[in-house]
Design a protein around this ligand. Structure first.
Ligand code: DAH
Length: 339
């Protein structure tokens, strides 16, 4: 019996030396100490031991079990330590390696164009005012002299939230909001997102951006409008840029005009870029309609003003000679990186 016990302990200690993983240890534990393990099997032979020797043999078995348990614990601790050391070695960070370069984001062409416009107008003393994108029909239309039955309210163009609330179709409602506040004179621009139920193509998108401008003061005339917008055109497209004002119609201005700039590619001779015209249409503008002033609480006998509205994408596309508006919204880094 004693020899058998010694053999079991010896064999176990030997296999412990070979075991390098927690799984291997567990297997050894089960094989020796488990229900069907070597020690249990040996105990079955107890009945063949003479009764007077049994306490002594029992003690030997206990000693053998204690030794094995102790060695198993030691082996487990050693394996854990080894694994920890290995991990420490594998996971060390080499602080002398060059760092991964952090990719810095890029300004979007729309943002560049907007910041350029803001720079120009803030330089002329304008304030930048923002307004809500979800707007009352009253501000988007009525207060801008676009009454209930006006074709500009066509449901095909406008996203209606309710009968009285729309996604603004233009930034012009911010004019009305600012005028209502009073605090004259006013010199403001208002950039922002606008919405129209348009199909997507190279020049249309259901969501795009405008920059609205408004000046209200005593003795403001059409020459102020022309001078200001001419200056703007020269700043943004170059000092040789010429401007041309064509009569147009907007409900909230009278008279109204559209401003063209001489093609900055060919200088006005006509080329592929300006489709042979020599001129490129840039914005809508006009003298604020007296009725609009009145509806917004300003006395048209004392005050006059001009307003204009520019498509921001239009400026960005022209400035960077991009021929498809969709490129601005696809967020393809290869495209955006170029600006
Ligand atoms: N809101 C006009 C549009 O969306 C643009 C515009 C034209 C704004 C003339 C103005 C303006 O303030 O005076 O087409």
């Amino acid at each position: 019996m004693k020899e058998k016990l010694e053999a079991i302990v010896g064999k176990t200690l030997e296999s412990l030396r070979e075991a390098h993983t927690p799984d291997a240890l567990n297997e050894i534990r089960v094989n020796v100490l488990g229900k069907k393990g070597d020690l249990k099997n040996l105990m079955k032979a107890m009945k063949d031991v003479a009764p007077e020797d049994r306490p002594r043999v029992g003690q030997l078995v206990n000693e053998a079990r204690d030794t094995i348990s102790e060695k198993l614990d030691e082996a487990r601790q050693k394996i854990e330590l080894d694994q920890m050391n290995l991990r420490m070695k594998q996971e060390t960070i080499d602080v002398t390696l060059p760092a991964k370069k952090a990719e810095i984001g890029h300004r979007h062409p729309n943002t560049i164009a907007l910041e350029e416009m803001e720079r120009i107008f803030v330089g002329m003393g304008y304030e930048v005012v923002e307004g809500p994108e979800v707007e009352y029909d009253e501000y988007n239309f009525t207060k801008l002299n676009i009454p209930a039955n006006h074709p500009a309210k066509d449901e095909q163009d406008t996203f209606y939230i309710t009968k009285d609330i729309v996604l603004r179709t233009q930034t012009s409602p911010v004019q009305a909001r600012r005028m209502e506040q009073g605090n004259l004179p006013i010199r403001m621009i208002s950039p922002g997102r606008v919405f129209r139920a348009d199909e997507v193509d190279a020049t249309h998108s259901p969501s795009f951006h405008q920059v609205e401008g408004l000046v209200i003061d005593k003795n403001i005339t059409f020459s102020d409008l022309k001078g200001t917008l001419e200056e703007f055109a020269k700043e943004i497209f170059g000092p040789d840029t010429k401007t041309k004002f064509r009569p147009h119609h907007f409900p909230f201005t009278e008279p109204s005009a559209e401003m063209d700039v001489s093609c900055f590619k060919c200088g006005g001779k006509g080329c592929r870029f300006c489709k042979g015209e020599g001129w490129i249409e840039i914005l809508g503008c006009g003298m604020v309609h007296p009725h609009v002033l009145e509806m917004c609480g300003i006395d048209p006998e004392q005050y006059t003003g001009f307003a204009f509205g520019v498509g921001l994408e239009r400026i960005a596309l022209l400035k960077y000679e991009i021929d498809d508006m969709r490129l601005l919204y696809e967020n393809d880094a290869r495209f955006l990186k170029q600006f």
